[in-house]
Design a protein around this ligand. Structure first.
Ligand SMILES: Cc1cc2nc3c(=O)[nH]c(=O)nc-3n(C[C@H](O)[C@H](O)[C@H](O)COP(=O)(O)OP(=O)(O)OC[C@H]3O[C@@H](n4cnc5c(N)ncnc54)[C@H](O)[C@@H]3O)c2cc1C
Length: 461
């Protein structure tokens, strides 16, 4: 790829589009936009721009395309695979000033939003209306970043990932064309589903400038339980049996004992240190929840769980959820002087016990401590490895184990990445996972962005 360096005349031309107060080449701004939350090496953009509307985005892209300047979208930079790192430098478009809720249509369960809006801010606004936007990656992610990564979270098992909660998008293509896609009906059979080629594309096909998101009603009732098992593999079997029973949990999370220890140390929750499932059901009545929780209880007891604690009150539930959201951060804090890698494989649910068992024995055999947790109900397994920064020998082992785990997930019919995206770190697995489809993905990329200016260096090996 042959891109041009940003020269003084380019900066002047772009400043004439957005105003000189919304473009920066200051080193602190460049550094802030050079790294995400992963271990991937930082790379400085040449300038950061803060657009405020679609016309500015369109004018910038048209200009960048003509002058072969790379452009990378930026939400909050909370990605875990290097997705927003501008590896070919160029321009970063930071969407923090495009963060408005354009309209909430309560009766249609929809909201129109700008891409820089954090999903927590949307949910805060919706709280008094009894509605919410379900995908919840935990970090302070923006809707644009969530669309680009197809993010998901604790409630995805019931409400789907970001993909399932987007109805309409306005996207600016590399040449500046503004394209609207999708509609406000809750379903459609009309033509090709262009929206889904943009969701999960990590800003490599176009830049999202507004979206219509699907909202859900807050459940009247919820019921939460934690369940303790003798070993992680059996907890994994319980996950499979619960999902097979069709009782549809709203959350089904797995936490291995090493994660509980970290939570206890930081949050003083005094939880039993053993493999633990966090289960939650949402429903219209207490009776309905009692029934489904009873089935979950029967399944777990049938697998010799040794404690099934239900009826967890709101305050404790909030504490548990917050601890789960902050877990990756707490693990990192427990290992000063170390770097981390987060495995994010997902497999068909019947293979969940197998991938857990394989991943944990790889980690045990190599003598590298890993932290196992995940959105278990989606078959999504995370394993965080902490390795001494700069210790090449240790990192060679971690890379080898990580590779084996991902390859096993793919061979089980799964994916290298359940929710964090390909970014930089998973590009090497794309051929194994997609075969010939990868060739067609590249053709789509070339069609939308023939000069390859949009977030270059991502997704494709
Ligand atoms: C502690 C922690 C926990 C996390 N837990 C989860 C989890 O449970 N589930 C999960 O899915 N993720 C999780 N993540 C990862 C992260 O929060 C998500 O990937 C999130 O979607 C990133 O959003 P962002 O706004 O930070 O986007 P960024 O990181 O800024 O960007 C993400 C991608 O979107 C592109 N982009 C940004 N804005 C636009 C736009 N307007 N148009 C087109 N492309 C754009 C960027 O170029 C980049 O490729 C976690 C991260 C942290 C730090």
């Amino acid at each position: 790829m042959k891109f041009n360096l940003l020269e003084g005349r380019h900066l002047k031309d772009i400043a004439s589009i957005v105003g000189s107060d919304r473009i920066s080449t200051g080193i602190s701004n460049l550094e802030l936009h050079s790294r995400d939350q992963s271990q991937h090496p930082p790379s400085l953009p040449e300038a950061v721009v803060w657009p405020v509307n679609r016309t500015e985005v369109s004018d910038i892209l048209r200009y960048a395309n003509r002058h072969l300047i790379p452009v990378t979208g930026w939400g909050s930079g909370t990605s875990l695979e290097g997705n927003p790192i501008p590896v070919f430098n160029g321009l970063v478009l930071d969407f923090s000033l495009m963060n408005k809720i354009i309209e909430i249509r309560e009766s249609d369960f929809q909201a129109d939003v700008e891409p820089g809006l954090a999903y927590q801010d949307l949910n805060e606004k919706l709280r008094h209306k009894g509605l919410f936007f379900p995908p919840d990656p935990g970090a302070r992610a923006t809707i644009g970043g969530m669309i680009a990564n197809n993010a998901s979270g604790i409630r995805t098992v019931r409400y789907g990932s970001t993909r399932a909660n987007i109805l309409r998008l306005t996207v600016v293509l590399a040449d500046g064309e503004v394209l609207e896609m999708g509609c406000r009906a809750s379903k459609t059979s009309s033509g090709y589903d262009l929206i889904n080629s943009f969701i999960g594309s990590e800003g490599t096909l176009g830049i999202v400038v507004d979206a219509t998101v699907r909202l859900r009603g807050w459940p009247e009732e919820f019921s939460t339980a934690t369940v303790n098992f003798g070993d992680v593999e059996t907890a994994g079997k319980a996950v499979f049996e619960i999902m097979r029973s069709g009782i549809e949990p709203a959350s089904l999370e797995l936490l291995a004992p090493e994660c509980i220890s970290v939570i206890n140390r930081e949050k003083k929750l005094g939880m039993e240190v053993s493999p633990t499932l966090f289960i939650e059901f949402h429903g219209a009545s207490g009776k309905q929840l009692e029934y489904v929780m009873g089935i979950a209880n029967e399944i777990c007891e049938g697998l010799d769980c040794y404690d099934f604690r239900q009826g967890i009150e709101r305050k404790e539930r909030e504490e548990l959820l917050n601890a789960r959201y902050e877990l990756a951060e707490m693990i990192r804090r427990s290992h000063p002087g170390c770097s981390h890698i987060v495995i994010d494989v997902a497999v068909p649910i019947s293979a969940y016990p197998e991938i857990i068992s394989m991943a944990r024995s790889e980690s045990r055999n190599a003598g590298i401590p890993g932290y196992t947790f995940g959105h278990a109900g989606d078959g999504n397994l995370h394993l965080v490895f902490m390795g001494k920064t700069g210790d090449e020998k240790e990192w060679d082992i971690i890379d080898m184990i990580s590779k084996r785990i991902v390859e096993t997930a793919i061979s089980l019919g799964g994916t290298a990445t359940g929710e964090h995206g390909v970014g930089i770190g998973k590009r090497g697995f794309m051929k194994a996972e997609h075969g010939r489809s990868l060739v067609w993905m590249k053709k789509i990329k070339d069609l939308y962005d023939p000069n390859g200016i949009l977030n270059p260096g991502k997704i494709f090996p």
